[in-house]
Design a protein around this ligand. Structure first.
Ligand SMILES: [Zn+2]
Length: 323
């Protein structure tokens, strides 16, 4: 993605995960940390500016579950008499458009918000959603990270803590089940994958899985080594997602086309494993990171997966970091 005006930024569900790749894409070379810091600061503003005007697309799934696309990570919404239950809160700057999209789903008040992990593009809506009535639930590391300054090395960026209302008030270590609007909603921690705060959210009766950022549909993923992520963790989480689903399950990825399925998830898993194998083999031969990136170790996959915010070079660098 090159952030051109011709190609709407919302097409591929941009997020702050994109900052490193964008810093690369904007210049064609890797920036020094100091340059990247300056660049990232500009890009953070750009993401906020974009979220402030991006349109929200609503996709109705089944059993009163919809997915909202266009404010950072894909947001799932369950409606009913217990109130609206949101899975992820998007970017705070999208408040106006999200408020309208949520109102269009019905008159139930907003009652619950679950965060799939701590990243800004899934949690910076926490503050306004809490003020609108949401009780916020997350894995305990999400609360920890949202309560402190967070440094993400691959973005060379420090995120400030959220204000108290935006901090999850109910946390769990491994698993937690909610019964709301006639649905059984199971929250389950992954072993560290994209971060070490990731959870899956399963709507049992509807057979819908929100996989958070352990799954990017049709685009290379960001992997946040600063808070416990790794390529091997991403592959393990993909295996867990495959084991938890059937060909009938609707799978919501954190980013990319928001209504997905098991066969697309399998392709994602196979791409991750192949990239890991190629890059690990080159690293074993003693190639440097820059030599490996220049060798285009993901070339066979770039046409399909390289069009998102994490471009092939940035993805190769992220895999290299973990093998
Ligand atoms: Zn993320």
């Amino acid at each position: 993605m090159r952030f051109s005006r011709e190609r709407p930024l919302s097409r591929r569900s941009l997020c702050l995960c994109c900052v490193g790749g964008a810093a690369y894409a904007a210049t064609g070379i890797w920036l020094t940390p100091r340059e990247a810091f300056a660049e990232a600061r500009g890009l953070v503003s750009m993401f906020k500016d974009h979220a402030a005007v991006a349109l929200i697309a609503t996709h109705k799934l089944r059993n009163s579950i919809s997915v909202l696309e266009g404010s950072g990570g894909n947001i799932a919404v369950l409606t009913g008499p217990d109130g609206k239950v949101l899975i992820d809160g998007g970017i705070g700057a999208s408040r106006t458009q999200l408020t309208k999209a949520l109102a269009d789903l019905g008159a139930d008040p907003i009652s619950h918000l679950v965060n799939t992990h701590w990243h800004f593009d899934h949690t910076s809506g926490n503050e306004w959603l809490h003020a609108s009535g949401a009780k916020i639930i997350a894995q305990e590391n999400t609360r920890k990270y949202l309560s402190e300054v967070q440094r993400v090395e691959d973005w060379d960026y420090n995120f400030l803590p959220l204000r108290p209302g935006g901090i999850p008030s109910e946390v769990f270590a491994a698993e937690h089940t909610l019964k709301l609007n006639g649905a059984t909603i199971r929250l389950k921690r992954y072993t560290p994958a994209h971060t070490d705060s990731d959870i899956s959210v399963t709507f049992g009766e509807a057979d819908v899985l929100h996989a958070g950022d352990t799954y990017w549909n049709g685009i290379y993923p960001f992997i946040d080594y600063s808070t416990g992520g790794s390529i091997d963790g991403m592959i393990a989480a993909s295996d867990a997602n495959l084991a938890a689903t059937t060909n009938k399950t609707i799978i919501i990825p954190g980013h990319g086309g928001p209504v997905s399925n098991k066969s697309e998830l399998q392709e994602f898993r196979d791409m991750l494993a192949a990239a890991r194998e190629n890059i690990a083999a080159l690293k074993k031969k003693g190639r440097s990171r820059d030599e490996i990136v220049a060798a285009k170790p993901t070339a066979a996959f770039d046409a399909k997966w390289g069009g998102g915010p994490i471009d092939p070079g940035f993805f190769a660098r992220l895999v290299y970091e973990g093998v």
